[in-house]
Design a protein around this ligand. Structure first.
Ligand code: F6P
Length: 530
């Protein structure tokens, strides 16, 4: 049986790790005046500079060989054509079909899914236009002013991140709120500011069975009826994005207001489906389509570009180099853009829920590291919080810097300061303290440098470019999953937590003797409060 770590390429990469261990990234630039030109590329409105990595030409060549020798070409084709690649859940993985602009058929179980996708898109169009124009009225005849998305995980993070990122395109009369946490303070705080007559709730849940979302939705419905009066029309204020039409209707949502999607859309890949409804409501249907088009453009690039010029493939391979050969445990995401402040959380779920696996697609334990810990926050804030550790701590943390060239704020002076800070940091991480080498070597407080980063520049933070950016990371995660031979599309660990939460709440009144002593002891303390 094929063993990744025994492959010739893997072993060559291990030797190259030893050979290049003491290389200085900055020396790569001295040795090759063309390095920046060679190690940067543009796809549409996205520009990636990957030259500031501890990756020599030889290493890059071998990493590309790793991709060539993997099942990537085959698995990529399988994903786009609707084959069952989520083997443990026996499903295709077709978020890419959701952004397919044409009528090119995509088959699932012999049935073309494009007509259903087009129909739901039309439903999103009609609904978002009705709400945005004020034609959609609440129970008292007033138009909608506040939209509350109730969902968690993939049914929250994508639309939440995108609505915030594209705030400058928002409908001026509509305000957006996202309730995810089962902690009652979350929904309480949001509801306390709202008028039921002008509020629309979107119950976003793929399964319509997630405890947190159902509890929040019931609380919202109770609040609505208490404030609007028992007879008020729930159907005019509650809609759902779900694959479970029946459960949504049992909740009180009108059949025509259930915005469908399908089992073959993974939760963390669902912002392109009706889970993206808040985005369409906020920026308009045309804007939503531009988001899909940007993602589709990245899909085309991912399919068509040779690996050596393929943005997601290159990012994935560089990640693999750090994780599997250099020993990096984490990947920092630092957007120098306040509008992207939810991006690290979104990418955290995308990457960690997808590639946080330790068995391969056959269920055999893997003998190498898989997905990294993904974390981060906006710059320049992060500079004054965790950058110290990145500069001088004992950990090795590759960083993705992300920024938009055009200022969101229109405030040139601020934007100049923002971007120059980012460039300064990327430079400082690579160069370390500058000055006389002799003096530096004797200064224990100097910064060692030689710390790697990518820089991703968006021409502007538009729906199209955001779509491309998210699709880029989706495919990066996919490529890594293929090379590690894991299933990036299930999440059994999360399911276990969901199941045990159910068991514990069922047994709150009984003597739960079969839990461990610690859980029992803690449960006693909790029980005393109910
Ligand atoms: O976190 C696990 C998960 O299954 C995610 O993949 C999903 O996005 C989230 O729970 C919410 O699930 P649902 O949309 O079914 O409520």
């Amino acid at each position: 049986m094929f063993q990744l770590t025994r492959s010739v390429t893997w072993q060559a990469l291990e030797r190259l790790r030893d050979k290049t261990h003491n290389d200085r990234i900055r020396d790569y630039f001295t040795q090759d005046a063309q390095r920046f030109e060679k190690m940067s590329l543009r796809v549409g409105g996205l520009f990636l500079d990957y030259s500031k990595h501890h990756v020599s030409d030889e290493v890059l060549t071998k990493l590309l060989e790793l991709a060539d020798h993997s099942a990537l070409v085959q698995r990529r084709a399988q994903m786009f054509s609707g084959d069952i690649i989520n083997v443990t859940e026996n499903r295709p993985v077709l978020h890419t079909a959701l952004r397919n602009p044409g009528d090119t058929p995509v088959h699932v179980d012999g049935k073309d899914v494009m007509p259903e996708i087009t129909r739901t898109r039309e439903q999103i169009k009609a609904f978002s236009e009705a709400v945005r124009s004020g034609e959609w009225k609440g129970y008292s005849g007033k138009p909608i002013k506040d939209v509350v998305n109730i969902g968690i995980g993939g049914s929250d993070l994508g639309p939440n991140m995108a609505v915030r990122a594209l705030l400058k395109y928002r409908h001026p009369e509509l305000h957006f709120h996202f309730v995810s946490n089962v902690d009652g303070t979350h929904i309480q705080k949001v509801l306390s500011r709202l008028d039921p007559a002008t509020t629309l709730f979107i119950v976003s849940t793929k399964t319509f069975s997630t405890q947190e979302t159902l509890l929040n939705a019931k609380t919202a419905r109770r609040w609505f009826l208490e404030h609007a009066g028992e007879g008020a029309d729930v159907g005019a204020h509650f809609i759902a994005a779900s694959t479970n039409r029946k459960a949504a209707m049992e909740f009180g949502i009108r059949e025509e207001n259930v915005f469908e999607f399908w089992a073959w859309v993974g939760g963390r890949y669902s912002m392109w489906s009706s889970i993206g409804l808040p985005i369409a409501l906020s920026i308009g249907f045309e804007g939503f389509i531009e988001l899909l088009e940007g993602a589709h453009e990245m899909d085309r690039h991912f399919i068509e570009a040779p690996f050596s010029q393929n943005m997601p493939v290159l990012m994935a391979l560089i990640g693999i180099w750090y994780i599997n050969f250099i020993g990096a445990e984490t990947q920092a995401i630092v957007p120098y853009d306040q509008a992207l402040n939810q991006l690290p959380s979104f990418l955290q779920q995308l990457d960690m829920e997808s590639n946080g696996k330790s068995v391969d697609i056959f269920g055999h334990p893997v003998s190498y590291k898989t997905g990294p810990i993904v974390w981060g926050q906006t710059g320049s804030n992060g500079q004054h919080a965790f950058f110290q550790l990145l500069h001088q701590g004992t950990r090795y943390v590759p960083i993705d810097f992300i920024a938009s060239l055009k200022p969101e704020s229109g405030m040139e002076e601020h934007h100049f300061a923002l971007l120059t800070n980012m460039l300064a940091q990327a430079n400082a991480f690579m160069e370390g303290s500058q000055g006389d080498a002799q003096e530096l070597s004797q200064d224990p407080y100097s910064c060692p440098g030689n710390r790697p980063s990518s820089t991703l520049l968006l021409d502007e933070l538009t729906p199209r470019n955001l779509g491309a950016l998210i699709a880029l990371y989706e495919h990066k995660v996919f490529v890594q999953g293929v090379i590690w031979n894991i299933n990036s599309f299930d999440q059994w660990g999360v399911q276990l937590g969901k199941r045990i939460a159910g068991e514990i709440s069922e047994r709150i009144d009984t003597n739960a003797a079969d839990f461990d002593a610690s859980t029992q002891g803690l449960l006693e303390l909790v029980r005393a409060h109910f």
